[in-house]
Design a protein around this ligand. Structure first.
Ligand SMILES: Nc1ncnc2c1ncn2[C@@H]1O[C@H](COP(=O)(O)OP(=O)(O)OP(=O)(O)O)[C@@H](O)[C@H]1O
Length: 269
């Protein structure tokens, strides 16, 4: 049987502690308190929870932006630290992070072509023609016009910029995308288009997604399975339809009850 795309075991992240400038004990924040979760290959695992529940910290540990206090992570069966030590190229081909604010995540001084060139150089080296072909394929894959490559990030709307950020993640040929609130900054109609694109890309390229959002309707529409986080712990996991139809944990029930009521026509998909 193939190894899961991501396997997290007893992950812990504590911020702070130690001594502050005045020698007093600094208070600790237990952002993630012993989480064990797997993301299967080809699956979309939604992570929901209120602000401060530790969703982003979990995601940031997976892509190396935070260092776990304890626990272990494996990517496609390989220990995380081994994969990270094997170099940027191998790590980037395995897993990529897509941020909430697409425009801020793109270098404002570079054209989109130059932005895409960064991961492509790692993969294609100095073969300019190959890189040029890949850039065309990438803008095409995210359904953007070819002249996108000559333009700058500020020339695009939020939805277009998020498509470009997705193209950059694909440029590295990553098999796993960690999508941290990828549509939260977008209008509902634009959200639907980006979510549809993400689903198409996942199915065409066999990608696996860890999809973080505080928006339950968005998570329900895109996820196969959902994990509910509360105060740094996962309190419930289950298939999306089942979890939303018959939540088992009191916190999940409260979260669903507090979400704005949706009609089918409001749903992003
Ligand atoms: N660098 C940091 N230093 C100190 N505390 C931090 C740091 N990053 C996050 N935290 C704290 O860890 C907890 C979890 O934060 P995190 O951003 O992971 O939650 P979240 O569920 O993603 O929330 P949001 O939806 O608001 O982004 C919060 O209490 C937050 O203040």
């Amino acid at each position: 049987m193939s190894q899961p795309a991501v396997d997290m075991q007893n992950l812990v992240k504590t911020f702070g502690g130690g001594r502050n400038l005045f020698g007093r004990a600094a208070s600790e924040v237990h952002a993630v308190r012993g989480i064990s979760l797997t993301l299967e290959r080809g699956e979309t695992l939604g992570i929901v929870g209120e602000s401060g529940s530790g969703k982003s910290t979990l995601a940031r540990m997976l892509v190396g932006l935070e260092h776990p206090t304890a626990g272990s992570m494996a990517i496609e069966g390989k220990p995380w630290s081994e994969l990270a030590a094997s170099g940027t190229r191998a790590f980037g081909r395995a897993i990529q992070y897509v941020f909430q604010d697409p425009v801020a995540s793109l270098n404002p001084r570079k054209t989109i072509g130059d932005i895409l060139d960064v991961p492509l150089r790692l993969l294609c080296g100095y073969d300019r023609d190959h890189r040029a072909r890949r850039k065309q394929e990438l803008v095409d894959a995210v359904q953007m016009p070819l002249d996108t490559l000559e333009r700058y990030p500020h020339e695009f709307s939020g939805g277009q910029a998020q498509r470009i950020a997705i193209a950059r993640a694909l440029a590295a040929e990553a098999r796993i995308l960690v999508l941290d609130e990828p549509v939260s900054a977008l209008d509902v109609s634009v959200q639907a288009q980006v979510l549809l694109l993400l689903q198409q890309l996942r199915d065409e390229l066999g990608l696996s997604y860890l999809f973080i959002s505080h928006d339950l309707a968005v998570v329900e529409s895109i996820s196969d399975r959902v994990a509910v986080m509360y105060l740094g712990e996962v309190v419930e996991t289950g298939p999306a339809a089942q979890l939303f139809a018959a939540p088992q944990h009191d916190y999940t029930r409260a979260l669903i009850a507090s979400a704005p009521r949706l009609t089918v026509s409001d749903s992003p998909l």
